[in-house]
Design a protein around this ligand. Structure first.
Ligand SMILES: NC(=O)c1ccc[n+]([C@@H]2O[C@H](COP(=O)([O-])OP(=O)(O)OC[C@H]3O[C@@H](n4cnc5c(N)ncnc54)[C@H](O)[C@@H]3O)[C@@H](O)[C@H]2O)c1
Length: 231
């Protein structure tokens, strides 16, 4: 459950999918609550989650580009490369709202992009949108392992509505990633899709596991909330 404003108001955001203890305590206290991110619209989709996912998906590439810099602990690679130097390989797990917006930003910056999803219809839609500027792959453990191994950046944007995120990237896979590569686990609010993830904050957004920089801010859009109007 999260507040509808996704952190844009003073209402605290609760991330209950990965927090059974807090969920049990709320149930025991008799709290009646609606999990905003599970509300579906008349045509399907998750209309209250989608705007937050659009922001977080776009921000994920900004965060990755920044943390790939040497001074931030990254390997010192420019996402788009330069003439004579190849572009970074960005792997996006999940071709939903987060994934689509991450792909848009990564393609715009000139990165080499692979997007992976178990839903082939989502991959078809991205293929139509971005054509041969991206590679699409159907999600299997072997495909994910291969892609992650070759990646400079991995964006985690998978979702099973109302449930904890599937742990698609194991600790063993992370340990074989390139030193100084960056993972941005957008799905951390649902527990994260990397086995090595734990939630972080904007004040201290990253930590390093096996030489891989992890950015796991659970409320990414909070960093770009519009300023309050003066009265
Ligand atoms: N950290 C933040 O600030 C923040 C902000 C917004 C959204 N989120 C989170 O980002 C995640 C993605 O949100 P979304 O709106 O893009 O969801 P979405 O439903 O639009 O897309 C999720 C995609 O994941 C795919 N998927 C699910 N299980 C999979 C599996 N096992 N293998 C491969 N693909 C799989 C689905 O097919 C779908 O295309 C959610 O966990 C959401 O809560 C986090």
């Amino acid at each position: 459950m999260r507040c509808c404003a996704g952190g844009r108001s003073s209402i605290p955001t609760l991330h209950l999918a990965p927090d059974p203890a807090q969920t049990a305590a709320l149930l025991q206290a008799g709290v009646v609550a609606v999990a905003c991110e599970t509300i579906t619209g008349p045509g399907g989709g998750l209309p209250l989650l989608a705007p937050m996912s659009e922001v977080a998906g776009r921000m994920s590439i900004q965060a990755a580009a920044t943390h790939l810099e040497k001074s931030r602990g990254g390997m010192g690679v420019l996402l788009g490369g330069v003439p004579g130097v190849p572009a970074a390989h960005v792997v996006v797990l999940g071709a939903g709202v987060v994934g689509t917006h991450a792909v848009q930003m990564a393609v715009g910056l000139g990165a080499r992009v692979t997007v992976i999803d178990r839903n082939v219809d989502r991959l078809r839609q991205l293929d139509l949108l971005f054509g041969n500027r991206i590679a699409t792959r159907h999600a299997t453990a072997a495909v994910i392992e291969d892609a992650v191994h070759d990646a400079d950046v991995v964006i985690g944007g998978v979702l099973i509505p109302g449930a904890a995120a599937p742990r698609l990237v194991t600790r063993a896979m992370v340990s074989r990633m390139k030193q100084g590569s960056v993972v941005v686990d957008v799905a951390i609010d649902q527990g994260g899709c990397f086995e090595t993830s734990r939630p972080t904050t904007h004040a201290d957004p990253t930590f390093v596991v096996d030489g891989v920089v992890h950015y796991c801010v659970a409320n990414m859009p909070g960093a770009v909330a519009p300023p309050r109007r003066r009265r």
